[in-house]
Ligand binder design. Sequence first.
Ligand SMILES: [Zn+2]
Length: 442
Amino acid sequence: MVSTDQPPAVVRRGTNLDRVGGFNDSVVLDAIRRAEQLLSRVELAASTGLSGQAISNITRRLLDAGLVREAGRQKNSGLGKPRTLLELEPTGQYAVGVHLDPAVVTVVVLDLTGQVVARRRADTEAIANSALEPDALIDGIAAMVEQVITEAGAARDRVVGVGIAAPGPIDVARGAVVDPPNLTAWNRVPLRDALRDRTGLPVLLDKDVTAAASAEKWAGGPHGRGSFVFFYLGTGVGAGLVIGDEVVRGTSGNVGEIGHVIVDPDGPLCFCGRRGCVGETSQPRYLVQQAVHAGVIAQGIDLDDRRAVDVAFATVCTAAAEAPGAAREIVAALAGRIAKVVEDIANLLDLERVVFGGPHWDRLAPFFGDSVRETLRERFLVRSVHPFDVAGTALGADVGAVGAASLVLDHTFSPNPSVLLLGPPESAPSGSRPAPAVNTAG
Ligand SMILES: [Zn+2]
């Protein structure tokens, strides 16, 4: 017989990021953010299930806090006085997002509406040194954070925090970057606390693919709704997940490690010791090697030279776009391998969409849309119930940094805040997972 004992409730840590105060305030802010047209207090009450009195109190508080502003009046429908409409005040809060990629650091500032209001990008080797020594790199990131806050013209007390998107695996409890394959000097570096100490701001750390999925949810428009996988193509591949409009993190915040799914048992040897992992067979290095064998590009390229490989990779993609032939077959085979992985994820989780992005996406996009869509049209098993879409991110190279910043804003808006990755526990208010909206006039 199945035990009727309830599993222990998932206790989530609270956050000092939450300056809005109160779960219902978040519900109302989120309703204003998501609405396709401006809402009045009466409509907010209807859409949130909160009482008129509660809405009145909450909107008063949000107006006083500078998070919401009045935006004219509704056209009078004939009865009663015209209702005042509400919208977010963009300058009400700012969030900084940092994307630490082994090759490049991107830093952005988002306003409360999720718009990028400042950005900076720099090669990691230019910030630190060729070894990417952690202290030097973190110093450089902290300086970039200060620069973008200044450029955004954001009042310091309106900057609610910094989100960092870092390559996995990460140690959520310690806010540490554990041992990423392409940052060899980084072994359990406590990046979250180091950046907090340097900037004096609350800092969250999340995995790069999870941040990218969060960005899509926030700023990706229709592609960011519902249930989808964000397939990241960069230094390694990974999958970020959003299910039912919630970012999924898994047990330890390391969801999406798909890099060692085997898609070609006769493929190249991976550092994990097996052959044909999707991560290894998606690397420019492997595609360039194939192109050399096929005579698409000349022999003699140094496959350990990242820049030389990148130039050759661009050449292969250009050749593939120009005419049928060996180059196009190489890239089409890559799309086929990735389609297989997407198919399995989509069927496992009953998703409605894949969104591709990451540093390599722009070059590969022309070869993915139709072929992946065609493959999945046949293999998506619930296609008779709902379709499966293939899309590319509209957020371009900023997607990781925008996602990192949106993790911070998420705490302002989300009725079910994601696992919090910041700060010492003693600074946190009691923080169990909140219940659905409740009618208290608080
Ligand atoms: Zn592997």
